[in-house]
Design a protein around this ligand. Structure first.
Ligand SMILES: NC(=O)c1ccc[n+]([C@@H]2O[C@H](COP(=O)([O-])OP(=O)(O)OC[C@H]3O[C@@H](n4cnc5c(N)ncnc54)[C@H](O)[C@@H]3O)[C@@H](O)[C@H]2O)c1
Length: 311
């Protein structure tokens, strides 16, 4: 099998490379904006691995690069959810349009399978209602969520119009080694700068599922091999949830700090567009036979240790 991985030098993409290289040949296509060649450097000597520095915005380069592949794992997107407050077309350009370019190139080059990294943001703010994959109406509250939802729509349309097959994964918050952003990452960096005080966005009660990146890569491959609908949509999360204040306490403990003052900016959400409580219905993926190895607390603790390079 030959796999083409957009954003394969990024956090989740590089872990997917680690899994897929056991299965076949892997080409990473990445513009290195948030990704790093270091994240895939351990495959450089492997004949089954190829790295292409390229931007998905460059359609003609993409058409030349994506030839003779069995499946496309598409991870490349803007990772900064809050930035669209300042740049309202960011997720349109660095999300929706990139996905269109990937699909159009697939159509042009006759590639039939796309595996896409969507997220819980497509569900919008529905409080503590556990959302199954067929939940609706889908009303995102961020540009990022809106872009993810429009990408899902484009994938479904291309699959039906051009005889392709799609796998759409709605992830919880993903954590682990090579993380480039996220709450744990943010807290570590703030505490390195000032070990006496930690500023927490919101009131600390925001609670979500945090899943370890190795579980995510494994789930994607498991579903890809085990589900065969035209468009396969799956939630990927842990069964449990953890709040932001608890995450702060774990980070403080793991950094072996004492007497850190927690300062809250207030309000029930971290920023405009942040969904404070996220709950998944995981029945579909459990029925297929997959469950996360680490729960949210374990995944957070493991990721903090990995970011502090203690594991
Ligand atoms: N991290 C999470 O918690 C999470 C949750 C749900 C969904 N996702 C989605 O998973 C995907 C991967 O996220 P991540 O956390 O690994 O982020 P990341 O920033 O580490 O990875 C994105 C990669 O895409 C590359 N890239 C960005 N724009 C590009 C372009 N125009 N052309 C080529 N390459 C480009 C970056 O250099 C980077 O390597 C994203 O689509 C993200 O929205 C992430």
């Amino acid at each position: 099998m030959k796999y083409f991985i957009t954003g394969g030098a990024g956090f989740i993409g590089s872990h997917m490379v680690d899994e897929l290289i056991k299965e076949g040949e892997v080409t990473v296509f990445d513009n290195l904006t948030s990704g790093k060649t270091d994240y895939v450097a351990h495959h450089q000597e492997n004949d089954k691995f190829k790295f292409i520095k390229g931007d998905l915005g460059d359609l003609s380069h993409l058409k030349k690069a994506m030839k003779n592949y069995d499946a496309i794992f598409h991870f490349a997107a803007n990772p900064d959810i809050a930035r669209s407050m300042l740049e309202t077309d960011l997720d349109l350009r660095e999300g929706t349009l990139l996905t269109y370019n990937v699909l159009e190139t697939m159509r042009h080059n006759g590639v039939k399978k796309i595996i896409y990294s969507s997220g819980s943001g497509i569900y919008g703010d529905v409080g503590t209602t556990p959302t199954p994959e067929d939940f609706g109406p889908l009303l995102p509250i961020s540009m990022y969520g809106a872009s993810k939802l429009s990408c899902e729509g484009l994938i479904s349309a291309f699959c039906h119009m051009f005889d392709m097959q799609g796998y759409i994964f709605r992830f919880a918050n993903v954590v682990g080694k090579r993380q480039t952003h996220g709450v744990g990452y943010d807290f570590i960096h703030k505490l390195k700068e000032n070990p006496k005080e930690l500023t927490i966005l919101g009131d600390g009660t925001q609670s979500k599922s945090y899943i370890h990146v190795t579980d995510v890569a494994e789930a994607m491959l498991f579903v890809y091999k085990g589900s065969s609908d035209k468009v396969n949509v799956f939630n990927v999360a842990t069964d449990d949830y953890i709040d932001v204040t608890t995450i702060a306490k774990i980070v403080i403990e793991e950094m072996e700090l004492k007497d850190v003052r927690l300062h809250y900016t207030g309000g029930n959400r971290g920023w405009k567009g942040d969904v404070p409580k996220v709950r998944f219905d995981l029945d579909k993926i459990h029925r297929l036979g997959w469950r996360a190895k680490y729960n949210s607390t374990e995944a957070i603790r493991k990721s903090i240790r990995e970011m502090l390079e203690r594991e």
